[in-house]
Structure formats: C-alpha cells, structure tokens
Design a binder for this molecule. Structure first.
Ligand code: F6P
Length: 532
C-alpha cells in the first residue's frame, strides 16, 4: 500500500517539478481555501508551497497509506512508539486536562502528572510570594536554570516569548560547558537571593553536571551550610542521582517524556516560577488545543499533517535538503535553535524502524534567524542561490503591546511574495535603461530573481501563552508525522552518543599527558596543540 502511494508521489514529482507556484492559483481556484487553515488559533498558509493540486492529493494519499492515523493513535495510546528504547512517548499527557486518563505502556500516568503539576504550582507560588526563601531568609529574585538540549531549549524559548520586560524574578539560562556561560549568568546576582535549578533527565550529562558544580561552589562560597540546599533544586527522571548530587528538592518526570518534548513537564519549573503557574497553564492549554486538532481534524485539514507533507514533498519529491525558518518576533528568536533539536535530533536518521537503510530523504538541514535580522544575512542565498531552500515565516501580528507591527510583518509577507514571484531579467533590464547596454545586461543578470521558491507562513495574533503552546505543539506533531511517513523512530538519538564517549576518552588522554596510541594523526596533532 505504501509502495503504491510512493510511486504516485514520485510520479507527481516527475510530472510537476517545473510547475510554477504562481500559476497554480489560476489552475485551481480553490487553492487558497484548500491550502490555508486555522488550527488552535494559528493561521497557516501552505498555498505558496510548490505543489500542484494533484501533488497535494498524492501527498495526502501518502499520509493515509503510511498509517499516520494509526500511528497517532499508538502515540496517544501510550504504546512503545520509541521502539529502540522500549518507551512510550507521551508529551500530550503532560498538557492534558484534569481528569485525563493517559497510560504509558498500560500504566496510568495522569494522576502523577497532576500531582507534579500541583506541586510545581504550589512551590512556584511560594517562591513568587516570598514565602519560600533562601538560607538567609531572603526572597528569591533570580533563577539560574542549568540544563542543555531538551533541558534548555524549550524553557528558554518559552521564557523569551512570554517574559515580562522587567520580571520580579529574573531567569537566566546556562547550557554551555564553557565557563564563560555560567560566569555571564552569575554576573550581578546575589547568592542569597538566587535559586539554581538543575534540569537533566538523566542527571549524567557532562555539561550540566559541570555547570551544576560551578553553581554549587558559587553558592557555597557565600552561604551558610544550613539551608543552602534550598537554593539548589533538581528536575530529573533520576531523582536519586539529583539527591545524591545535593539537590534540596527534586521535581520528577518519567522516561516517557523525551528530552526535546519535555518543556511541558517540570523541566519548565523555572518558567512556572518566573511566569507564574497561570501563564504556564495557558501555554499547556494552547498545546492541548493543538493536540485536539491533530487528533480530530481530517488529514486534509490537519495542520501538523500538512506541514509534515510539505516537508516530505520538498525533501523527497523535489530533493530540497534544507529549510529556513524565520520567526518575525524577537520573543521567538530561539525558535530556529529549538527546531534544530526537535527536528534534526528526531528525524536526522539513516535507518528505518526495522534497521534497513532509509531510502527516502529524512530530515533536512533546518536553520534560521529571527526576521527581520535574517533578511540581512542568509536571505540572499534563499532568493538567488543555486539551491532552492524552502522558507518558513512565523509571523506575529502583535509582538509588543497592543499595536499591530506592520513594519515587522510587512517584511515577512514581502519576502514570501518575492521568493514566489521573482523578478525577470527583462524587468531588471528595464530598470537599467539609462546605462551603457552592455553594462545594463551585465547588471541585469545580477538583479534577476528566479522566483518560484516555496514558503509556508504561520500567523499568530500575538505572543500569548496559548499561541506559543499551540505553535510548539504544531511543530512537535509535524515532526512526528514526517517520522511516520519516513518510517523512522523520531524519539531516540543514538547519533549523539559516539561523540560523548570519545570526548571522555580525549579527556583521559589530557589527564594522561598526551594522545594515546592509535589516535588518528589529525586528532592527535590538534590535541597536542591544545595541550601545549
Ligand atoms: O545529547 C543529546 C541529549 O541526550 C538530548 O536528547 C537531551 O535533551 C540532552 O542531551 C540533555 O539530556 P539530559 O536532560 O539528560 O541532561
């Protein structure tokens, strides 16, 4: 069944490869209504993607044949969809309404989720109201959130997007093992009023443990021993390790929460404190609305499904191996980094579930910068470079205060339009009519835009907690849909392991005084230079 759908998909790609996006609006008068939709308060426009109506239908058939609906049921049903680690993947359970009855591998989990959520809210409120104090009885004014990867990017994105300009409790994030990161975060902070929250699912991550030691030493230098543990909180799926490390209190989550899908859990404790439980709850509401949409909307009106199909069409149909993302909101400036982990760690794979080579594309390179900044950097290449790089514009109507920010999002619309329509050599030449003809011809080539370059636009009314939650959940489910179509496990990350092991081996060489036998010449030379 999948083979036939892939054959039809490939045939559509062969047939429609040269079809111009702009022409499709005339060819299919329903294009706009077919390829735009509302989902959980977000507006999506996929009509500027380079698919004809027939290609769009072939993509939908591929989603059906790949069993997206059945896979979705297995995910929400708590089955072991992470089948290299034998784990359920249940981030939707973390944002479910009270009274939900999620099960992970058959075991009920919703009561525990509600309990942790309640404990977080209680603790956050006590910190915010100055009832939970530090060792010297002072209220907390700052949080240093220590974590990396999924234990950093989601909460950092949420904080940047939703933080007040002048927060009562400042939240600073430290991820890099470079001591400069921690040094910058601690600058200006008073240990007496600082809460350190160490976030690590495994509580074994080298960077996080090194930074946690630094933070612990910084606290120890200034605070009495009695009560010092009140400044040091752990968030982890391994509470024993966090306690052994010296955390005064721990908030737990389970192994069915994947790191890059974990911001709905206690991993966001810093945000729950900094933003308040009510704001965090509204973010969960937005994500839950997207879950309901993903579960209930028919495939042809299903935002994560259509976003996933646009990516599969670009990668597999048209061989476009990169995608740019430009959020037009300063608050979403870390969205590209978040998506790099979400998509590339989830779907940057080369084998299918059964271990056989993935013959299809899998995840493209995802990169980006906030708009309008990116326009003055990589946009040159997406407009005129030889490779077609599909673009994604995340447009926020009101980013700051109540006014609509036309100067901001007019730029997004203009670039989507420019990518699609381009500019012919004749039009460029006509603008150069006063020049020497040979020089005008030469310059016209430089000022020509090929056009016919695809983009998706996502519109948020404002950076509300609901919209931010819905947006992140949209990307999570889109990533899942792609994984189902490519038949890969989106929830493991074996590719990060080898580097971790070799880093430990190199550190052992450093301790031993030099490169060990058998180290390749290049690495041995670099190591010697760095040790000198
Ligand atoms: O190195 C990759 C990774 O395992 C991610 O998947 C994860 O989000 C990150 O490291 C941090 O892991 P932990 O939360 O266990 O410290």
């Amino acid at each position: 069944m999948t083979d036939a759908a892939w054959t039809a998909f490939d045939a559509a790609a062969d047939r429609d490869r040269e079809a111009k996006i702009l022409d499709q609006f005339a060819a299919d008068p329903d294009r706009l209504s077919r390829m735009t939709l509302e989902a959980a308060g977000l507006w999506l426009d996929l009509s500027k993607q380079s698919w004809t109506r027939e290609a769009f239908d072939a993509c939908l058939e591929l989603a059906r044949a790949s069993g997206v609906e059945a896979a979705r049921a297995r995910l929400f049903g708590g089955e072991a969809v992470n089948d290299t680690e034998g784990r359920a993947v249940l981030h939707p359970a973390l944002r479910a309404a009270d009274g939900a009855e999620f099960r992970a591998l058959g075991e009920p989990v919703s009561a525990e989720v509600a309990e942790v959520r309640g404990a977080m809210a209680e603790y956050a409120t006590a910190v915010r109201e100055g009832l939970e104090t530090g060792a010297t009885g002072k209220a907390f004014k700052a949080i240093v959130h220590v974590g990396i990867g999924g234990s950093d990017l989601g909460p950092r994105l949420a904080w940047d997007a939703l933080r007040p300009l002048d927060p009562a409790i400042d939240v600073r994030f430290v991820a890099n093992i470079d001591p400069r990161d921690m040094a910058e975060a601690l600058t200006g902070l008073d240990p007496e009023t600082t809460l350190v929250i160490v976030v690590s699912k495994t509580f074994t991550t080298q960077e996080t443990l090194a930074n946690a030691e630094r933070a612990k030493a910084w606290l120890a230098k200034a605070l009495p021993e009695a009560g010092r543990e009140k400044h040091f909180i752990g968030v982890t799926a391994a509470p024993d390790r966090a306690q052994a490390f010296g955390c005064g209190r721990t908030f737990a989550f389970r192994d069915w929460v994947g790191g890059r899908y974990s911001l709905w859990s206690a991993v966001s404790l810093s945000c729950v404190i900094g933003l308040g439980p009510e704001v965090f709850g509204r973010m969960l509401d937005g994500a839950r609305a997207m879950d309901a949409h993903f579960l209930n909307a028919p495939l042809e009106r299903n935002a994560p499904v259509l976003m996933g199909l646009a990516q599969v069409w670009n990668v597999d149909g048209l061989k476009r191996r990169a995608r740019s993302v430009a959020p037009y909101a300063h608050g979403l400036r870390r969205l590209p980094a978040f998506l790099q982990q979400l998509e590339m760690e989830s779907n940057g794979k080369r084998v299918r579930r059964d271990g056989s080579p993935a013959t299809r594309g899998t995840c493209p390179v995802v990169f980006g910068e906030p708009g309008t900044n990116g326009q003055h950097a990589f946009f040159q290449q997406i407009h005129q470079g030889p490779e077609v790089v599909p673009a994604e514009f995340v447009v926020v109507r009101r980013t700051h205060g109540d006014a609509a920010e036309a100067p901001l999002w007019a730029n997004a619309l203009a670039h989507g339009q420019a990518l699609m329509q381009g500019k012919t050599t004749e039009a460029a030449r006509a603008e150069l009519s006063g020049l020497d003809p040979a020089e005008a011809d030469r310059l016209a080539a430089h000022k020509t835009f090929p056009g016919d370059r695809p983009s998706t636009t996502i519109v948020l009314e404002a950076l509300t907690p609901e919209a931010v939650g819905a947006l992140i959940a949209l990307y999570e489910h889109k990533t899942f849909v792609e994984g189902v179509i490519w038949d890969i496990n989106s929830f493991d990350q074996w590719g990060v392991e080898l580097g971790k092991v070799l880093a430990q081996a190199i550190l052992r060489d450093v301790e031993a005084g030099g490169p060990s036998d058998g180290l390749d010449p290049s690495t041995a030379d670099l190591l010697t230079r760095l040790m000198d």
